[in-house]
Ligand binder design. Structure first.
Ligand code: ATP
Ligand code: MG
Length: 428
């Protein structure tokens, strides 16, 4: 079959790469794609991926058999609705289901209905600033303030300082920080514990978990500094056994799918559960409605079998059976100087070929551009350097060796991706 991937981020590159390695897939095109995807020989169609009509038109023009959507914004805008409306299967939820990510307040409403364990919370709008500040006073010294709408992974403040929390409430509600996305917000109690991302592939009725992964949200080593879109990931996660996966499926994912169905929403595509393993058991931090970025870059390389067929089956309502190889993957995100506050475009990137010469290493492009025949930076998170190896320790060593071969002025990356997990795996 012929497949169209919607998006141009690092995850879209990983999706294209994995689809191209599927027996059932003849051609993969991307809308709009990126230089890394183009280098694979995939057709890159310059189109705004967030415009449902335009994307559906590209799918028609290419007469593809399946559309796979990478980022959240096209999903929230209804790209899947538009593609399906023209009789083509699409892997991803329709706009009604994508609201789980598009509105954190609505997500909390759904999970409350479903009885899913989650942090104590309340939602507030522009006119409720006083009530929001009063709610902060009720929380026991650990505060989380989130924009209701999409904020590219940067709309969450986690703090023990009530002054910082108050400041976030003001900046969000006033529209100063994130525009309309912040004019409604959710305040939650802070939870503690290790975090886990569980990606579940859904077919409109049921869900099947993929291999667990852990991502690194903060910019700095040791989980310091502000949140980012994600600075690295690894899979498998040594502290997450099948029992934890079963519990998350039972307490969170299945009740959510049932509640959505009762609201007339047949959820298809990836439901990504962000979980905190608290002392009282797993609690749901959030849902995303697509693969994680950079979790996709470690989960997809480990996935065995025909990924294209899996996406097609889920998109058309068949049952699936994801299988994983007994290996490990680590990805390290290379970002520009100043990220996540700012990014520096136009710096010449060197060393990708040398990095990919290492066995098991693939460099996924997240924000690159071609200028005068050279590859340059074109956003905050530029590359995701992924290594697949027999063990987590090998994959980690290989990923860092590869990252070390890539340079541009001001390149920054975390040095501790999968460090604790590697130590834990050696101990056990
Ligand atoms: N209640 C909470 N207690 C403690 N930390 C939290 C809480 N909620 C969120 N966090 C932290 O903030 C991060 C981002 O929160 P959340 O996942 O809700 O936001 P997001 O911007 O949608 O993230 P993503 O980019 O992964 O989709 C979480 O991964 C977690 O580290
Ligand atoms: Mg999210």
């Amino acid at each position: 079959m012929n497949v169209l991937v919607v998006g141009g981020d690092g995850r879209a590159h990983a999706l294209t790469w994995r689809l191209a390695r599927s027996e059932s897939v003849e051609t993969v095109a991307a809308a709009p794609g990126n230089p890394g995807i183009a280098a694979m020989g995939a057709d890159c169609v310059p189109v705004d991926p967030t415009d449902p009509g335009d994307v559906a038109q590209v799918a028609d023009d290419l007469d593809v058999d399946l559309v796979v959507v990478s980022p959240e914004e096209p999903l929230v805008n209804g790209v899947v609705d538009a593609v399906q409306g023209r009789g083509r299967p699409a892997f991803g939820p329709t706009a009604d289901g994508a609201r789980l990510e598009g509105s954190k307040a609505w997500m909390k409403e759904v999970v409350a209905d479903a009885g899913v364990p989650t942090a104590r919370h309340a939602a507030f709008s522009v006119d409720d600033e006083d009530a929001a500040l009063a709610f902060l006073e009720e929380l026991p010294g650990f505060y989380v303030v989130k924009t209701d709408g999409l904020a590219a992974g940067k709309g969450v403040v986690v703090t023990e300082s009530i002054d910082d929390a108050r400041d976030a409430v003001h900046r969000y509600l006033s529209g100063e920080a994130f525009g309309d996305a912040g004019r409604r917000l959710v305040i939650e109690e802070g939870l503690t514990g290790p975090e886990l991302s569980l990606l579940v592939v859904c077919n409109g009725r049921e869900g099947w978990p993929l291999a667990p992964a852990q991502d690194f949200k903060r910019i700095g080593d040791g989980d310091t500094g502000p949140n980012t879109g994600g600075m690295g990931a690894y899979s498998p996660v040594p502290f997450v056994g099948p029992d934890v996966v079963d519990e998350v499926m039972k307490t969170a994912v299945r009740p959510t799918l049932t509640t959505l169905a009762a609201r007339g929403i047949a959820y298809r595509g990836v439901l990504y559960a962000g979980i905190m393993l608290t002392p009282e058991g797993p609690k749901l931090l959030e849902y995303n409605v697509r693969f994680g970025d950079p979790e996709a870059q470690v989960v997809l390389p480990r996935l065995a079998g025909d990924f294209g067929q899996l996406c097609y089956d889920a998109a058309t309502g068949s049952d699936i059976a994801p299988r994983f190889a007994d290996d490990a993957a680590v990805t390290v995100v290379l970002a520009t100087e100043g990220y996540p506050t700012s990014s520096r475009p136009g710096d010449v990137i060197q060393g990708i070929e040398a990095a990919e010469a290492l066995p098991g290493v693939t460099v996924f492009h997240a924000a690159t551009a071609r200028r005068d025949g050279q590859l340059v930076t074109a956003g905050g998170r530029v590359l995701a350097v992924t290594a697949l190896a027999p063990s987590l320790a090998d994959a980690r060593a290989r990923a860092y060796e590869a990252a070390g071969r890539i340079t541009w002025p001001g390149v920054q990356y975390r040095r501790d991706i999968a460090e604790a997990a590697t130590a834990a795996a050696v101990d056990s």
